[in-house]
Design a protein around this ligand. Structure first.
Ligand SMILES: [Zn+2]
Length: 297
């Protein structure tokens, strides 16, 4: 009889442990965000004010889940503030609106450096000679559940929402890309027809960007996207959210693929820009974000 009782107690404990994370999450989501936090989000995500109330609510809920589940670690003496957590979470969760996906399920930690950080790189040339170098990075996304960011560059990305450069959008696009099992510029799309269409459009526009980069011709999508298909997806994501009007005009099919995938049209959150003088690639700042999965290098 005692054996039965203990089995029952253990089973109940097992169920409790299994249900605990979901219960904690529900409790966290039930607490409304303080007004001061919402004000910080409105500052750190300039397009927030232009969203419908329904989308704003969705974003806040995703953000609360993100903050509940992910751990932030300050590096090189940086103390991670509430403003940093809210800014990074709001911009990352922008990629998840209207989508049934979970909140970056493989991601567990965001490491934040005060500025650009040095990482060791090991390169092997055709002759087999190994060169150890150190590279300055502003962001990095790892398939093992980590994203690394330079706060200085997160802030710069926040200050200008129209330059097509945003290290948070870039690195979290890599996270979405890796959810499909391989980081190759094709996130999880569902149907075979979607993959076919995605592959056709992105391959063509990637090749066109490579040609633009080679010839140093101006393009709406930053030339850094010509590095690899994975970088093309991440950089085009930055363009989609920050320069939607220009992308829709110059890359209509690519823009359509992205509106299908991200399920939002960022043109609703920005005024159509006035026709401007052409900007030449040489005048653009060097692109910050990069990824290190070891498959493109
Ligand atoms: Zn990258």
């Amino acid at each position: 009889m005692e054996g039965w009782i203990w089995s029952g107690v253990l089973a109940a404990l097992g169920v409790a442990v299994w249900l605990l994370p979901a219960w904690r999450l529900r409790r966290a989501l039930a607490r409304p965000l303080p007004a001061a936090s919402v004000a910080t989000i409105a500052r750190s995500l300039p397009i927030y004010q232009r969203m419908t109330p329904e989308l704003q609510q969705q974003l806040l809920r995703l953000l609360q889940q993100f903050l509940h589940q992910k751990k932030f670690i300050g590096c090189e003496g940086l103390e991670v503030t509430e403003e940093m957590r809210l800014t990074i979470a709001a911009q990352a969760c922008l990629l998840l609106l209207n989508r049934p996906s979970k909140v970056f399920p493989a991601l567990h930690t965001i490491l934040v450096y005060p500025g650009a950080f040095l990482v060791p790189r090991r390169e092997i040339d055709a002759a087999g000679v190994v060169t150890e170098t150190r590279q300055d990075l502003l962001g990095e996304s790892w398939g093992d559940g980590r994203v690394v960011l330079s706060w200085d560059h997160v802030r710069r990305g926040t200050a200008d929402w129209h330059d097509g450069q945003n290290v948070v959008l870039h690195e979290f696009a890599h996270q979405l890309d890796s959810e499909s099992g391989s980081t190759n510029g094709a996130p999880y799309l569902g149907s075979q027809a979607s993959y076919r269409s995605w592959s056709q459009v992105l391959s063509r526009d990637f090749a066109a960007l490579r040609a633009d980069a080679y010839l140093r011709q101006h393009s709406v999508i930053d030339h850094y996207g010509a590095t690899s298909p994975a970088e093309f997806f991440a950089v085009a994501t930055e363009t989609f959210f920050e320069k939607p009007w220009q992308m829709a005009e110059r890359h209509p099919e690519l823009f359509r693929e992205f509106t299908r995938y991200y399920r939002v049209d960022p043109r609703h959150w920005q005024d159509e820009p006035l026709p401007a003088e052409p900007i030449y690639q040489d005048e653009q700042a060097p692109h910050p974000g990069t990824v290190n999965y070891g498959i493109w290098r």
